[in-house]
Design a protein around this ligand. Structure first.
Ligand SMILES: Cc1ncc(COP(=O)(O)O)c(C=O)c1O
Length: 393
């Protein structure tokens, strides 16, 4: 039995995700955590401070989410931020001027823009490498390299990185290992258990899961990084609001269920797309021919909910997109509904023309986020769009 099948056979995942963060409220017995909007908390003995005092520094609803993350990810402390990019920024602020970071080349556009537009000005530089290629990583090392930022699966081409192997490699070189695990979610893989130091998510996506909250989270494996990260969170203040913390916590309770259903839909869509003439290239880790298939099967619980394709003829892209009826065209992903991003315009619109060309992101690259609909309805809609693309030739 493969690792994925073994996990599925003995899984208590559903139970853990439902019950985590569900401490009964000591004041009322409420079994879902109350949303505490209070900014300040009374200090009966201000000279011996304990508990909550000010919401930027700590808030009970955010703490419920942060505690749940630590438990589910296998870390010591979680931290919730106002967006995924804020979570990435806070993690990178653990570094200092002059430090160099190795980053997965095929990363979300916002990460590359963060370095180019902001961090580079403070002397924190990135080199982009294929993190499924150890020799490339070795060659990119500099005396100033201090961290490795992996995005797994990668975006938009769904390359698969061996997190355990890279964590070991990086730690022997004293690098901080961060994994942006947005595509896999903690129900799909727990990188801290594979040796990573920090795991980061855009909780906006599958974690909150309903495309109605913008949020980011980080969990630290050890106090060595949790302490400094708390200082960054409190000092820079990009915290998640109590209402949004509640929304993300609620999303966590159904995450394994949604992930399983949406991944089944993604698998069905990918299998169907395999034989289609208008599709020049297809990327889905669940396909046996995908270069990372065996690694994904061995190291993750899911092949994920994202399917990317490259249309055979870029000039048919608008006809393809315009013919979609059920599938919504949008920049986001990970909601209950199936969406399509035109990579060059949406998820990688933050890149410069040169950066997109270097990464092979042309207007023909389409990234589906499969939702919870009946897979046959999604396939019928995509089939209609491919037929329109064919007619547009
Ligand atoms: C892998 C990944 N990480 C981080 C982010 C940034 O998240 P947010 O949009 O919540 O700032 C995104 C956004 O698409 C993403 O895809």
């Amino acid at each position: 039995m493969s690792e994925q099948e073994q996990h599925q056979a003995k899984d208590d995942l559903g139970t853990r995700f439902v019950h985590t963060g569900q401490e009964r409220d000591p004041a009322t017995g409420a079994i879902t955590p109350p949303v505490y909007r209070a900014v300040s908390f009374h200090q009966p003995d201000p000279f011996h401070a304990h508990g909550f005092d000010y919401s930027r520094s700590g808030n009970p609803t955010r703490a419920a989410l942060e505690g749940a993350l630590a438990e589910l990810e296998g870390g010591v402390r979680g931290f919730a931020f106002a967006s995924g990019n804020q979570a990435l920024t806070a993690s990178l602020l653990l570094l200092k001027t002059g430090d160099h970071v190795l980053v997965t080349r095929d990363c979300q556009g916002g990460t590359q823009r963060l370095f180019r537009a902001v961090l580079d000005r403070f002397g924190l530089h990135a080199t982009y490498v294929d993190t499924d290629d150890l020799e490339q990583l070795e060659r990119a090392l500099r005396p100033t390299t201090r961290a490795l930022l992996i995005e797994n699966y990668s975006n938009p081409f769904l390359r698969v990185t061996d997190v355990a192997l890279l964590a070991e490699w990086a730690h022997t070189r004293n690098l901080l290992v961060m994994v942006d695990n947005t595509f896999l979610t903690p129900a799909g893989q727990t990188p801290l258990r594979l040796g990573a130091d920090l795991v980061i998510h855009s909780a906006t996506k599958m974690m909150a899961g309903h495309a109605d909250v913008t949020a980011g989270v980080v969990t630290a494996r050890e106090e060595t990084w949790a302490g400094p990260l708390y200082t960054v969170q409190n000092a820079t203040g990009g915290i998640l609001s109590p209402d949004d913390s509640y929304q993300v916590l609620r999303g966590l309770h159904t995450l394994p269920l949604r992930l399983e259903r949406a991944a089944a839909g993604a698998g069905a869509l990918a299998e169907w797309l395999r034989g289609q003439d208008e599709v020049a290239e297809l990327f889905y880790p669940g396909l046996v021919g995908h270069p990372g298939h065996a690694l994904a099967r061995r190291t993750t619980r899911t092949f994920g909910t994202i399917v990317t394709l490259r249309l055979r003829r870029p000039e048919s892209a608008s006809a393809f997109v315009e013919a979609l009826r059920l599938v919504q065209v949008s920049a986001g992903f990970g909601g209950t509904e199936t969406t399509l991003s035109v990579a060059a315009l949406h998820c990688h619109g933050a890149l410069t023309d040169e950066e997109r060309a270097e990464r092979g992101i042309t207007p023909a690259v389409m990234r589906f986020s499969v939702g919870l609909e009946d897979p046959s309805d999604i396939i019928a809609d995509v089939g209609r769009a491919l037929a329109a693309a064919r007619r547009a030739s």
